[in-house]
Design a protein around this ligand. Structure first.
Ligand code: HEM
Length: 414
């Protein structure tokens, strides 16, 4: 008799090594109905199915009602304490509303604009690596993988990078609840912390925005403030939601990508040697890390109507989780998907999502990861895990992410 398929995305062992379960999901349970949760939830494992769902934004919405279903009785009390909930960011909107919000920030992330930031990325990465090398033994998350993306995004938005400790605290808090609501582990205390966090961010950003109204600069904050001015396109709360999204989406993900790149290279010394011998492989190496060890493991959607998925009736308001981490290891996507091969031709991986919500920062993230890894390789002869520190490494608190929050390494200079 075949074993029952126990797929619990919050389970620590599953999160550490989900790939065998994903493979079984793809072959035997491509659409898997979770049981015992407060909402009807399905996991989707095949590349073809994930892509089809993400492509069809008529049937599949990005607007969720998780809070309503789970902490309904407490929501009124929350609103009484904190006022109206913040409006959703572009990530949590559909259709024309989404297009309007996205068009306001698109300009800041075009390939040409992002390319112009490349020298700055190398400069920052080099500075960070030099400090790390001086120390010899470091937590790479603290010294490189976190500070690089946050410094760049702070410069794009136009806020002092010196405030990055504050951004990190906000980002950690905001990210910690991400995705937990789907599995019934959202509670009102967490929501309260989120609302408080937003108040802190409001207190930080609103005076800066006011300053930009008086004295415009060449940055994203000025762009957003002007958008707010012209025909009241963007309200102050929408602007805040946008900044929270960019600050959080842009940092945590890229930090995780760089960390995963280092871990995969350490786990595959032949590939590391190959990359050291030929640094022109950096772009394809990063692409392979995105596929093989995807920072974002799942992308959720809500059904807007009843549909049938491989024999399952998915009803309106049911939620599906597209497992990008599984789709990217699908045998139908590439040959030998479980082999980490930095020379692989570019695959149609879904690490940045697909369709209208395709990651706004994909170009930025790729270049940042290349700069970070490039500097690390150039300025070190070798790097290794520090064995005497406690293992296993701490996993990310949110089930959306797969990566570590600390990465102690010993660096030997070139
Ligand atoms: C390795 C790094 C990154 C990964 C893996 C990643 C992944 C993703 C994914 C999977 C989505 C799709 C969400 C959906 O379909 O609902 C997304 C959307 C988004 N990402 Fe990223 N991201 C990364 C870096 C960044 C950076 C650096 C930024 C900085 C601006 C950014 C900003 C956004 C925004 C604003 C959206 C929402 C787009 C929309 O709703 O139209 N991301 N990202």
């Amino acid at each position: 008799m075949s074993q029952p398929f126990l797929f619990n995305p919050l389970d620590e062992a599953t999160r550490r090594n989900p790939y065998a379960l994903y493979a079984r999901g793809r072959s035997e349970f491509p659409v898997f109905a979770h049981e015992g949760l407060p909402l009807r939830l399905f996991s989707i494992f095949r590349h073809e199915d994930c892509q089809a769902i993400l492509r069809d934004d008529q049937t599949w919405s990005n607007v969720f009602r998780i809070e309503e279903t789970q902490v309904q009785s407490d929501l009124a009390a929350l609103d009484a304490e904190f006022g109206e909930p913040p409006p959703p960011s572009m990530l949590g909107t559909d259709g024309a509303e989404h297009a309007r919000l996205r068009s306001l920030v698109n300009k800041a992330f075009t390939p040409r604009i992002v390319q112009r930031l490349e020298p700055r990325m190398h400069e920052i990465a080099d500075e960070l690596i030099h400090v790390a090398i001086e120390k010899g033994t470091v937590d790479l998350v603290e010294t490189l993988t976190y500070p690089l993306p946050v410094t760049i995004i702070a410069e794009i938005i136009g806020v002092p990078a010196g405030d990055r400790a504050r951004f990190k605290a906000w980002s950690d808090e905001a990210v910690s609840v991400l995705g937990t609501g789907f599995f019934g582990s959202l509670d009102v205390e967490r929501l309260k912390r989120q609302r408080r966090l937003l108040e802190q961010m409001r207190g930080y950003f609103v005076p800066l925005a006011e300053e930009r109204k008086r004295t415009p600069k060449d940055d994203l904050l000025t762009g957003l403030v002007q958008a707010e001015h012209e025909g009241s396109q963007l309200t102050q709360d929408e602007m805040l939601s946008m900044l929270v999204l960019i600050l959080v989406a842009g940092n945590e993900t890229t930090t995780t990508l760089i960390g995963n790149a280092v871990l995969e290279l350490l786990g595959h010394p032949d590939q590391l040697a190959r990359l050291r011998a030929d640094p022109s492989l950096l772009p394809s190496a990063i692409e392979e890390v995105l596929r093989f060890s995807s920072p974002v493991q799942f992308d959720p959607r809500r059904a807007t109507r009843t549909v049938e998925l491989r024999g399952h009736k998915v009803e309106r308001d049911d939620v599906v989780l597209c497992w990008l981490g599984s789709a990217n290891r699908d045998e139908a996507l590439c040959e030998q998907p479980h082999r980490f091969d930095i020379r692989r031709d570019r695959t149609a991986h879904l690490a940045f999502g697909f369709g209208v919500h395709f990651c706004l920062g994909a170009n930025l993230a790729r270049l940042e990861a290349q700069a970070a890894l490039g500097s690390l390789l150039q300025h070190t002869r070798s790097f290794e895990r520090v064995d005497d520190l406690p293992l296993p490494l701490p996993l990310h608190p949110s089930p959306v992410f797969r990566g570590v929050t600390s990465l102690p390494l010993r660096l030997t200079p070139a």
